[in-house]
Ligand binder design. Structure first.
Ligand code: SF4
Length: 298
C-alpha cells in the first residue's frame, strides 16, 4: 500500500504540461541539468510572507517584517529587498482602498487527493467574503480578465468553500467570489548615486497593483476539481511505472521561456549546447552548406 498523492495545483500543471517532466521531478527525482536561478520564486515568496505577517494591514506593516520574511526565505540581496518594499507599499494602497479585512492568510484546503493553500480570505463589512490569490509578475497581462473565470487555481479553491466557511465560521451563502491580485515587479537597478529611499521611490513609480474580482456565479469549481483528480490519478499510475510510461511533450521544453530542468534526459545534450551543435547563420554570415563539414550529422 503506497501513500496517496495529494496533488497541488502546481503539480497538476506540471503533469499536464509534460508527464515526463513530472516523472523526472517527482518520481525518479533526477538531478536538474543546471541549478537555475529561481529568483522570481523567492521574490514572490518574500512578498507573500511579509504581507502575511501584517495581514495586509498598512498600519501594521514594517520594514522589519520584510527583513524577517527575506531572512526566512534566504534572500539577502538589498536591491531585491528594497524593490519588494516598493511593491508592498503599492499593494497596501490598493488593499486599503478595497476596505476589505484579511481574515486569514495561507489557509489549507483539500482532501486526501488534493491540497492547496489560499493566499488570503478577505471579508467586507457586510459579511461577504472572498478568496484572494496574490501574484507578482513582470508585467500585467491584459488577457487575464478574459481567462480568469476558468483559472484552475481559483476554481479549485472555490470548490472547498464549505471547508473555509466552517474553519472561519463564515456564512457560506456570503461567499462572493474570488479576487485575483497582481503586483508588478520593477526591472530597474539600484543606482549607486541614489539612496535606498530614492530607489524605492523610483520602483514605486514604475510598478502597479491590480485587483480583479470574479463573481462566484462565473466560476466552475467542479470542473477544476475533476481536472486535478484526473491529474492525481495519472500521477498515481506514474508513481508505479518506469519513465517510458510518462509521455513526453516537446512543446513544453521551453515553457515560460525557460529550458526544462531535465532537457538533457530527452535530447542527449544540455540546452545551451544546442548553439554549438546547430550554428546559426544570418544574412551576413551565411555561406554554402557543405555536407562533408556537417560534423554534427555524423
Ligand atoms: S525536455 Fe521536454 S519532453 Fe523532456 S521532460 Fe522536459 S519538457 Fe518534457
Amino acid at each position: 500500500m503506497t501513500d496517496a498523492i495529494r496533488m497541488s495545483h502546481s503539480s497538476a500543471n506540471l503533469i499536464n504540461s509534460c508527464e515526463r517532466k513530472y516523472f523526472y521531478k517527482k518520481v525518479s527525482q533526477v538531478a536538474p541539468d543546471v541549478e537555475q536561478e529561481q529568483r522570481h520564486f523567492v521574490l514572490g515568496k518574500v512578498f507573500h510572507l511579509a504581507l502575511e505577517k501584517c495581514l495586509h494591514r498598512s498600519e501594521e506593516y514594517s520594514e522589519e517584517m520584510l527583513a524577517d520574511a527575506a531572512h526566512e526565505e534566504g534572500l539577502d540581496n538589498e536591491q531585491d529587498i528594497a524593490m519588494i518594499h516598493g511593491m508592498i507599499l503599492k499593494y497596501l494602497i490598493l488593499h486599503r482602498k478595497s476596505e476589505l479585512e484579511v481574515a486569514i492568510c495561507e489557509i489549507a484546503v483539500g482532501n486526501d487527493k488534493t491540497i492547496g493553500y489560499v493566499d488570503a480570505i478577505m471579508k467586507d463589512d457586510c459579511g461577504f467574503w472572498y478568496i484572494c490569490d496574490l501574484k507578482t509578475a513582470g508585467r500585467f497581462d491584459d488577457n487575464l480578465m478574459a481567462r480568469l473565470i476558468k483559472d484552475q487555481q481559483l476554481n479549485l479553491y472555490a470548490y472547498f468553500i464549505d471547508q473555509i466557511a466552517e474553519k472561519l465560521d463564515l456564512d457560506i451563502e456570503k461567499f462572493a467570489g474570488c479576487l485575483y491580485r497582481v503586483t508588478t515587479k520593477a526591472t530597474i537597478k539600484w543606482n549607486k548615486r541614489e539612496t535606498r529611499q530614492e530607489y524605492i521611490e523610483r520602483v514605486f513609480e514604475r510598478i502597479e497593483s491590480y485587483s480583479i474580482f470574479i463573481p462566484k456565479e462565473m466560476l466552475k469549481p467542479k470542473a477544476a476539481y475533476d481536472t486535478i483528480i484526473k491529474a492525481q490519478e495519472r500521477a498515481t499510475k506514474l508513481k508505479e511505472s518506469d519513465e517510458t510510461e510518462a509521455k513526453q511533450c516537446f512543446n513544453s521544453c521551453f515553457d515560460y521561456f525557460r529550458p526544462c530542468d531535465f532537457f538533457s534526459q530527452c535530447y542527449g545534450y544540455k540546452h545551451f549546447e544546442g548553439q554549438d551543435k546547430f550554428p546559426v547563420e544570418n544574412s551576413y554570415s551565411a555561406k554554402p552548406l557543405k555536407q562533408d563539414e556537417l560534423y554534427f550529422l555524423e
